[in-house]
Design a binder for this molecule. Structure first.
Ligand code: GDP
Ligand code: ZN
Length: 385
């Protein structure tokens, strides 16, 4: 089959509104041969998930993969293959390799990652213009977005391949509250300077400013909305849905066989194209293994550091430090350097906790193997002796 016929059949696929494309189609091909039913996870709860398939929404058990590895648990956004027949809950037989994964640490005391959303193409960071801009917070969200795309966040999903990443976008919400265009352009360039290479878009859900541009971005893939509570995420989500989410859901769930009409979803096909993932867990995420992300957000500091005299320069007191020189000349802002150091410190603490957890797990595995090995030896001895 040629790639053009693949893509044309993918675009007319009943799951095309949910992000089905030619790459997923070839990924799924071996399972299609086994007669499995393909779908995308729209919700996960209590060890089960709702999967939207060509035959409507089905309910399935998720505990097929290493259930104790939180990174391999089926998550909203995953493409899965489920049993074609039987009564709900069916079984999820396989998880297609993720293109990206959004991970956060589950609590301040534990360092396991929790996968919040997968196969995300656009990370929309919502920042309210109603409050003073907190550039440090924007950098934090950007680092998280970059980590999801750099593969760092897939650290523990060794069975899952990394293909391509999520693209961050900063949306400055409530732009109607900054009526002066000059002030607005200053705010936009402040954020642009903290987000090299990232699109910054002022949007107002109230007067519609910027919403068309946002709709066009979102139409090309799967998006998540990040940002503080009150940043305007729900309002924006409703604007993208063109109606209240609940209304949209009621209409959508008329398909299928009338099941799950009252359950809520966390993944939606948008009327203007594209998919939106919105889960309670995505609200208020922290950093997790985002060191690669931090380096990308602060790319100009990494660039400067190449000119430091010492390769392992910490940019604190070292002679010949290009970062400190840039600070002295005003080329680099103190706030930016402080923010960089703070995020790096936070990451190293998390990374140290993660390392400790991995060591513990390895120890358990070795112990188990040792015990199994001994049992096998004894069984052998018993047979021969
Ligand atoms: P969330 O917590 O991030 O989901 O934020 P919400 O969507 O609930 O919005 C928080 C508040 O900001 C609400 O009172 C909204 O009415 C208000 N808001 C949201 N979008 C806009 C906007 O474009 N302009 C103005 N002026 N207010 C907005
Ligand atoms: Zn230096």
């Amino acid at each position: 089959m040629s790639s053009s016929s693949l893509s044309s059949s993918a675009s007319s696929h009943p799951l095309a509104p949910y992000g089905w494309d030619a790459d997923w189609e070839s990924e799924f091909a071996p399972y299609a041969e086994q007669g499995l039913l393909l779908g995308r996870v729209v919700r996960v709860d209590r060890g089960q998930c709702d999967v939207v398939t060509a035959e409507g929404v089905v309910r399935a058990d998720t505990e097929f993969v290493v259930p104790r590895d939180p990174m391999k648990v089926v998550c909203t956004g995953d493409w899965v293959a489920v049993d074609p027949e039987g009564v709900d809950p069916r079984y999820v037989r396989t998880l297609l390799p993720r293109r990206s994964a959004f991970v956060r640490s589950t609590s301040s005391k534990r360092s396991e990652g929790q996968v919040l959303a997968t196969n995300v193409d656009h990370v929309i960071i919502c920042v309210s213009l109603a409050a003073e801009l907190d550039l440090g917070r924007i950098e934090r969200f950007l680092a998280l977005a970059h980590a999801s795309s750099s593969g760092d966040a897939l650290l523990h999903t060794s069975a899952l391949a990394w293909e391509s990443g999520a693209q961050p976008l900063v949306v400055l919400t409530k732009a109607d509250l900054v009526p002066d265009p000059v002030t607005l352009s200053y705010l936009v360039s402040d954020v642009e300077n903290s987000a090299p290479g990232v699109q910054v878009l002022p949007v107002s859900a109230h007067d519609g400013e910027g919403t068309d541009v946002l709709r066009a971005v979102v139409a090309g893939g799967t998006s998540v909305l990040l940002g503080q509570s009150g940043a305007g995420k729900s309002t924006l989500a409703n604007a993208l849905h063109g109606a209240d989410v609940m209304d949209v859901q009621a209409v959508r769930d008329m398909d299928g066989k009338g099941r799950h009409t009252t359950t809520t979803r966390n993944l939606f096909a948008l009327p203007g194209g594209g998919v939106l993932i919105d889960t309670p867990g995505l609200r208020g995420v922290g950093l997790y293994d985002a060191e690669g992300g931090v380096e990308q957000v602060f790319s100009e500091i990494a660039e400067l550091a190449k000119d430091c005299r010492f390769q392992d320069c910490a940019h604190t007191v070292e002679p010949g430090c290009a970062v400190l020189a840039a600070l002295a000349s005003g080329e680099l802002h103190e706030r930016r350097l402080d923010s960089y150091r703070k995020l790096l410190r936070e990451n190293r603490r998390l990374a140290a906790r993660t390392d400790a957890r991995i060591r513990d797990e390895m120890r358990k595995v070795w112990k188990q193997r040792g015990a199994q090995g001994r049992a096998a030896m004894e069984a052998k001895r018993g047979r021969h002796g």
